[in-house]
Design a protein around this ligand. Structure first.
Ligand code: THU
Length: 160
């Protein structure tokens, strides 16, 4: 038997002004997109902005449904739209801002497991990392250089 230790590294920025200008701008677009979230059931609002290598910015927000599992997270709304509209382009950076209307949070909110799996698919497809910045309603912003940091032991096409 041997033990395998998995480590991950994130960077943490104190506030938006500490981010590179381009990323600060992307996070502001995510914040704007969050206003369009449709979340009457959870009251949890998420906005996403993705910058592509053609400099297009794709935004998305969570879209809920009375049949709860039919709704979709903001990250997948945005990433599937980017994949559908610009299949030849690489995704460079994703900015995520999330928070509940009822329970204000100031700590960074990472993407859920299902969204990590969806983002991982595009990292594998484009064979280059997607930077992920995520934050709560306010406060610090966490950065992962690649989705792979957030999803060790990924399941991908190499297993098929
Ligand atoms: N949600 C997202 O949009 N992204 C995540 O990564 C976590 C959860 C949404 C789904 C649902 O509309 C609400 O937040 C509460 O789970």
């Amino acid at each position: 038997m041997k033990e395998i230790k998995i480590e991950t590294t994130l960077q943490v920025f104190d506030d938006l002004s500490e981010l590179p200008k381009e990323v600060e701008n992307l996070m502001r677009k995510a914040k704007k997109a969050r206003e369009k979230a449709y979340a009457p059931y959870s009251n949890f609002y998420v906005g996403v902005a993705i910058r592509l290598d053609n400099q297009e910015i794709i935004t998305g927000s969570n879209q809920e449904n009375a049949s709860y599992p039919s709704g979709l997270c903001a990250e997948r709304t945005a990433i599937y739209y980017a994949g559908a509209k610009y299949p030849e382009n690489k995704m460079l950076t994703m900015a995520i801002i999330a928070g509940s209307k009822t329970n204000k949070t100031s700590s960074p909110i990472p993407p859920c497991g299902a969204c990590r799996q969806a983002i991982a698919e595009y990292e594998v497809k484009q064979n280059s990392p997607i930077e992920i910045y995520f934050m709560g309603e306010t406060g610090k912003i966490a950065k992962s250089d690649s989705l792979a940091n957030l999803l060790p032991l990924v399941f991908d096409k190499s297993a098929l």
